[in-house]
Design a protein around this ligand. Structure first.
Ligand code: UD1
Length: 423
């Protein structure tokens, strides 16, 4: 297993290119199942989660060719011969549930393993299933699998009213609604940029969609969809993560491809903490305004609020801020697993339920730490960049799910970071 070794203390200066969004690619890839024509995704990120989705689509009969080192994905689903998404793949990645909507919409039946729990919380899929039921699907949950059927072979348009603006459930419902008979209205839809990106791609494929990016998405089902070529939107979570790098250790970093609209609420908090964020023609340039970062209070919310996927990284910044910050996690029930690891590095953090209080210390100290999930792992790297001495992060397979070439990107701006095989 790989480890990442970070030696902290130095300033970071230069540019970091930001990749296409993992979470957008993971919902765009299953869109191939809606058409027999080719779907080409450009600006794809090179991540292990993309390989997992490639494996899953391949198991169903889709062809996924990675070109240009993985930056371009050519997908084709002219020969879907299997309608069962197996537990062995689904358990690796919760986003696997996103093949259910498209398969059901295209062929009227699908069997998908339930994803099960994951490290950051229970994460059920009840909202996904309620959406399909509203569209007329008959669902049977047995042996850990969802067996779904559309009577007459086709889903029906419906009003879907989500209790919570779930990202995945909105995506699954949107994918399915494109081929349903009649009109679907998704109420209390999630508004994340990845959903807007999905709607834009589906529209290129011939779908009739209105309202993406708002709380009500309306889809007029069509009989068939065609192929398309679509660039994956910039990864706002990778963007936010690297925007924090010059704030934890000083210097100026420009994140190429970044735009404020992707990270608005996050930028407001950075501004309050004493960061300067400048939109340039090519990206977002970030540095400290002057002196030490100040404490701020953060609450995670669905988009356009502060993203839960940047909470761990923000905590790493606040560990050395002046004053006491509070972080409230409102999306996932168990998402402070990075806190005990940061405490090992000298941070002063109290976690009580969904709240954490962080009292800034002058310096963190390098230590051996363990990544517990994707975003937690990169927060430990950020903390390592700020710390005195050496930090060794183990279990970095979590990191590889969502960050491509993290050590190359950070070394290019002056960080002392390397990947080694665990001894
Ligand atoms: C997506 C992102 C993930 C991000 C999350 C919230 C992908 C691949 N992943 O995950 O990185 O952290 O959005 O921004 O895009 N819930 C239910 N029932 C459901 C579905 C969700 O109770 O059927 C709950 C979850 O347990 C969680 C909350 O709703 O507490 C948010 O989940 P959701 O918005 O669905 O996140 P994901 O789509 O899983």
């Amino acid at each position: 297993m790989d480890q990442i070794i970070v030696k902290g203390g130095g300033e970071l200066n230069g540019v970091i290119p930001i990749a296409g969004a993992k979470n957008a690619a993971l919902t765009l890839m299953p869109a191939t199942l809606l058409t027999e024509e080719p779907l080409t995704l450009t600006n794809a990120p090179r991540l292990s989660d993309i390989k997992t989705m490639t494996e899953l689509l391949g198991s169903l009969g889709a062809e996924v060719a990675a070109m240009q080192g993985g930056k371009v994905l050519a997908l084709s689903s002219h020969n879907i011969h299997n309608h069962t998404a197996d537990y062995d793949i689904v358990r690796k990645m919760r986003a696997s549930i996103l093949v259910l909507g498209p398969m059901l919409a295209r062929d009227g039946h699908a069997v998908v393993s339930l994803p099960g729990g994951c490290a950051i919380g229970a994460r059920p899929v009840d909202l996904h299933l309620k959406a399909f039921e509203a569209m007329g699907a008959e669902l049977d949950l047995r042996d850990g699998y969802v067996h779904a059927k559309a009577p007459g072979g086709r889903l029906k348009g419906a009003v879907i009213n989500f209790d919570f603006a779930s990202v995945g459930a909105t995506e699954n419902a949107l994918l399915a609604a494109t081929l349903a008979k009649g009109t679907t209205e998704i109420r209390n839809a999630a508004r994340e940029p990845e959903i807007v990106d999905l709607a834009q791609c589906l529209r290129k494929m011939g779908a009739q969609i209105e309202g993406e990016g708002t709380s009500v998405i309306t889809v007029q089902g069509v009989d068939r969809l065609g192929g398309a070529t679509h660039p994956v939107v910039t990864d706002r979570i990778e963007l936010g993560t690297y925007m924090l790098a010059p704030l934890v250790c000083g210097g100026t970093v420009e994140c190429l491809g970044g735009t404020i609209d992707l990270v608005g609420a996050f930028c407001e908090k950075l501004d309050a903490a004493g960061a300067s964020v400048e939109q340039t023609e090519t990206g977002l340039k970030v540095s400290r305004k002057n002196g030490r970062i100040q404490a701020v209070d953060v609450t995670t919310e669905p988009f356009p609020g502060f993203p839960t996927d940047l909470q761990a990284q923000m905590m790493a910044l606040l560990c050395t801020a002046e004053g006491t910050s509070t972080l409230e996690e409102k999306i996932f029930e168990n998402r402070f697993m990075h806190a005990p690891e940061l405490i090992r590095m000298g941070a002063k953090i109290d976690v009580h339920g969904g709240h954490a209080t962080v009292t800034g210390v002058d310096k963190l100290k390098g230590a051996p730490v363990m990544a517990t999930d994707l975003r937690a792992s990169v927060s430990l790297i950020l903390a390592g960049l700020a710390a005195e001495g050496e930090t060794v992060v183990s279990r970095v397979y979590h990191l590889d799910r969502g960050y491509e070439h993290v050590e190359d990107k950070l070394s290019a701006v002056g960080a002392s970071i390397e990947r080694v095989k665990e001894s």
